[in-house]
Design a protein around this ligand. Structure first.
Ligand code: AMP
Length: 310
């Protein structure tokens, strides 16, 4: 695996691959790899002949009171994980390398960036869309892999790609969970033992809603309340939202609807022992087919293969 921190060298390397006829896959990340990241890498390696992974903690997508400074950074371990997953190029630029231009241009996506995390993290999706647009222009992949765990981000990126005619195919990959259901996240590293228990309330809430839906409930308000009540019952959790939305457009839904992917999304802040907190998100997708509900929870990691989330 090559490790490159320069924009120019990354461009040159990928250009030579493309000239040789390779199909180039790309997995953008902020590092601190867990099995969710690895699942994206494996899928890319299976579908493409060359794969680039980027590790860049993007300051533009963090608010002033968010965890940019404390976000876990472990580039040497990440490089080993990426290499073992069969990655060809690890692009890990510095902030100065990524933002060496005048910094006067931002990519603002409207519709799907409204509501949910868009309300609680002002400017976040502009930061995400801007860095992903830059990364697409630097790497120039044929296919780019994103996790369903960050459902609103996926909708924002797909909308940006469609609106701005990026010549890249976006591949949606399922959420990978710990064996007990907690969605894997680099931010799970913030969780102490008690906070880890509280964090599981997001998944448990979604399961409560899934049981209701499987028993015939269709109303958004009832499904959202099932999630909200479960999270609110945890003293260490502070609910930000529990909402039913269209997974592609992020429009609000009043009920589960056929012909749509219905996203039940939740976000909460989990307070940790040291007085800090971890902001976690999770979601299930509901599909209504022939009057029956299908629940898409993503995939559960094997008990023996999972890394500790501590
Ligand atoms: P991040 O490093 O958190 O910015 O995530 C990089 C990519 O990995 C994004 O496309 C995320 O959606 C994806 N990802 C993060 N956590 C998971 C997970 N538990 N399952 C699947 N994909 C994930």
């Amino acid at each position: 695996m090559e490790r490159i921190d320069s924009v120019e060298m990354t461009r040159k390397t990928v250009a030579s691959w493309r000239a040789e006829g390779h199909l180039v896959g790309f997995v953008p990340t902020m590092g601190a790899f867990h099995e969710g990241h690895v699942s994206l890498m494996r899928r890319a390696v299976a579908e493409c002949s060359k794969v680039v992974v980027s590790v860049f903690v993007n300051p533009l997508q963090f608010g002033p009171n968010e965890d940019y400074a404390s976000y876990p950074r472990q580039l040497e371990t990440d490089a080993q994980v990426a290499s073992e997953a069969g990655i060809d190029l690890l692009f890990a630029p510095s902030v100065e390398e990524m933002y060496s231009g005048p910094g006067q241009t931002k990519v603002v996506v409207d519709g799907p960036a409204r509501g949910l995390c868009g309300d609680f993290r002002p400017g976040h999706f502009t930061g995400v869309a801007t860095v992903v647009a830059k990364l697409f222009n630097i790497v120039q992949p044929h296919k780019a892999y994103f996790g369903q765990k960050d459902a609103q981000q996926l909708a924002v990126i797909e909308t940006m790609v469609a609106d701005l005619d990026f010549p890249v195919e976006i591949v949606r990959c399922p959420t990978v969970r710990e064996p007990d259901g907690l969605a894997m996240s680099s931010r799970n590293k913030y969780l102490d033992e008690e906070a880890r228990v509280a964090a599981l309330s997001l998944y448990r809430g979604l399961e409560q809603a899934a049981s209701r839906a499987l028993a015939g409930e269709r109303r958004a308000a009832t499904l959202e309340a099932a999630v909200a009540e479960t999270v609110r019952a945890e003293p260490r959790a502070r609910l930000e939202y529990a909402e039913l939305r269209d997974a592609r457009t992020i429009e609000k839904l009043d009920r589960l609807e056929p012909q749509r992917e219905c996203l039940l999304a939740v976000a909460a802040r989990i307070s940790t022992s040291g007085g800090g907190h971890a902001r976690l998100i999770d979601n299930f997708i509901f599909r209504l087919k022939n009057g029956r509900v299908e629940v898409d929870r993503g995939v559960f990691a094997d008990k023996n293969s999972t890394q500790s989330s501590q």
